[in-house]
Design a binder for this molecule. Structure first.
Ligand SMILES: Cc1cc2nc3c(=O)[nH]c(=O)nc-3n(C[C@H](O)[C@H](O)[C@H](O)COP(=O)(O)OP(=O)(O)OC[C@H]3O[C@@H](n4cnc5c(N)ncnc54)[C@H](O)[C@@H]3O)c2cc1C
Length: 344
C-alpha cells in the first residue's frame, strides 16, 4: 500500500485531513507527524493576546482529526529530510519512510534565530507560554513592519492597558505594512499612535541596537530549520515547488504554506495561501500515488486581510480597498470562528 506522509500540521494538512473524513481514501496509508497534537491558528492569536479568546479556541485538534480520518498520528519533531532515501528523521532517533511526502512545517521569524534577546512569535505554543511571563510595566519592542507586528503590538497594548510600559514597533522598512494600500497604512499608523505605540521605521535591529528588556520578533519568516538538514536544493531557505506544489528535483515531494517557495511567483507568507492550496495538494498527492494527472494551483493576486487592532476593532485591506471599525472586527471574528468550527 502506498504511504503518503504529511510532515507538520500546517493549515494545508489540517484541511486535507478534514477532507479525508468526508472522503476517505482507504487504499492509501496516510500518516501525519507533528510536534504538537494541536495546530494553532495564527489568525486568532491577536485575539488571544488581547483576551477576547481563550488559548484553546485557536487550537485545531490535529490528532483528533487524524483519528477521525484514519490518518496515523505520530507525535514527533522532524529534524532532517532524506529526500533521495525517502525518509524523515525525528529528534528521538526514529526514521520514518514514505512513498510520497508533503511538507507543511511552517516558518518562523529570522532575527531571533541569531539574536537571543528576542522572543519569536512562532512557534505559537512557545510564544503563548512565554506571554504569560511578560511584565506589562517593562513594555516591549515589537520587531517587524508587517501585519503580525502591528497586530501583536496593538493586542499587547490592549492586554496591558494602563499598566503598559513603553511599546515600540520597530521596522527596517521605510513604510509600515508594505504591500498594503496607502489608506490602510495610514489607518494602522493612526491606530498605533492613538494608543501611544512608538513607531520606528528605517530602523534595522542588529546586535548593537539598544532593545528594551522584552522584545518580540515578528520579522520576516525564514525557512524551517529541518530543511537545512536535507538533500533538497532550497530557494532562500524554502522548498521550491512548481505550479503543482511539487518539488521539481524530487517529484514525490510536495510542499504547501509558509515552508514552500512557489517558483512561478513568490507568494507572501500568508495563511490564506496555505488554506487555498489544501484541495490541490490533496488531489496531487493522490494523483502521484496513483499515477494520475496533477492539477495546477493558481494563487489569487489579491486577498482580503483583516487586521485586528487590539480592542474589538479591525482594519480591512484588499488591493485598493480600505475600511476600519467595530464592524470589521465582527466580520473577522465571524470568519475566524467559522474556520475553527469547521474542524468540529
Ligand atoms: C500574529 C500573526 C498574525 C497573522 N495573521 C495573518 C492573517 O491575518 N492572514 C494570513 O493570511 N496570514 C497571517 N499570518 C501568517 C500565518 O500565520 C502563516 O502564513 C501561516 O500560519 C502559515 O501556515 P503554515 O500552514 O505554513 O504553517 P504553520 O501554521 O506555522 O504550521 C506549521 C505546523 O508544523 C508543525 N511543526 C513545526 N515544526 C515541526 C517539526 N520540526 N516537526 C513536526 N512538526 C512541526 C507545527 O506544530 C505546526 O502544526 C499571521 C501570522 C502571525 C504571527
Amino acid at each position: 500500500m502506498m504511504h503518503i506522509l504529511l510532515a507538520g500540521g500546517g493549515h494545508a494538512h489540517a484541511l486535507l485531513i478534514r477532507e479525508l473524513i468526508q472522503n476517505p481514501q482507504p487504499h492509501i496509508r496516510w500518516s501525519c507527524i507533528s510536534d504538537h497534537n494541536h495546530s494553532p491558528y495564527s489568525g486568532m492569536l491577536p485575539g488571544v493576546i488581547a483576551g477576547h479568546y481563550q488559548t484553546a479556541e485557536l487550537m485545531i485538534p490535529l490528532q483528533a482529526l487524524c483519528e477521525r480520518a484514519n490518518v496515523e498520528f505520530m507525535h514527533g519533531s522532524i529534524t532532517a529530510i532524506n529526500a533521495g532515501e525517502k525518509n524523515v528523521q525525528l529528534s528521538d532517533g526514529r526514521n520514518i519512510t514514505f512513498d510520497v511526502l508533503s511538507l507543511a512545517l511552517g516558518a518562523s521569524p529570522l532575527l531571533s534565530r541569531s539574536d537571543k534577546r528576542l522572543l519569536p512569535v512562532k512557534p505559537l505554543p512557545d510564544f503563548l507560554h512565554a506571554l504569560e511571563n511578560l511584565t506589562p510595566h517593562a513594555g516591549a519592542d515589537i520587531i517587524g513592519g508587517g501585519i503580525a507586528s502591528v497586530e501583536v503590538a496593538l493586542a499587547l497594548a490592549f492586554r496591558w492597558g494602563k499598566n503598559a510600559g513603553k511599546i515600540r514597533l520597530i521596522s527596517r522598512n521605510h513604510a509600515l505594512l508594505p504591500g498594503h494600500n496607502a489608506r490602510v497604512q495610514k489607518m494602522a499608523r493612526q491606530t498605533l499612535q492613538n494608543v501611544g505605540i512608538e513607531l520606528l521605521l528605517n530602523t534595522p535591529v542588529n546586535a548593537d541596537f539598544n532593545l528594551q528588556a522584552q522584545a518580540i520578533d515578528c520579522s520576516a519568516a525564514a525557512g524551517h530549520a529541518a530543511l537545512q538538514n536535507s538533500d533538497l536544493t532550497l530557494e532562500q531557505g524554502f522548498i521550491p515547488v512548481n505550479d503543482f506544489l511539487q518539488n521539481p528535483q524530487f517529484p514525490r515531494i510536495f510542499a504547501a504554506g509558509d515552508n514552500a517557495h512557489f517558483l512561478s511567483r513568490p507568494l507572501a507568507k500568508a495563511g490564506v495561501y496555505a488554506v487555498r492550496e489544501a484541495p490541490i495538494l490533496l488531489h496531487n498527492l493522490l494523483a502521484t500515488a496513483q499515477g494520475k494527472k496533477l492539477r495546477p494551483y493558481q494563487p489569487q493576486r489579491y486577498f482580503l486581510t483583516l487586521i485586528a487592532c487590539g480592542g474589538k476593532n479591525a482594519i480591512a485591506s484588499r488591493s485598493w480597498f480600505a475600511a476600519s471599525g467595530a464592524w470589521v472586527w465582527k466580520w473577522k471574528n465571524k470568519i475566524d470562528q467559522g474556520f475553527m468550527r469547521s474542524f468540529d
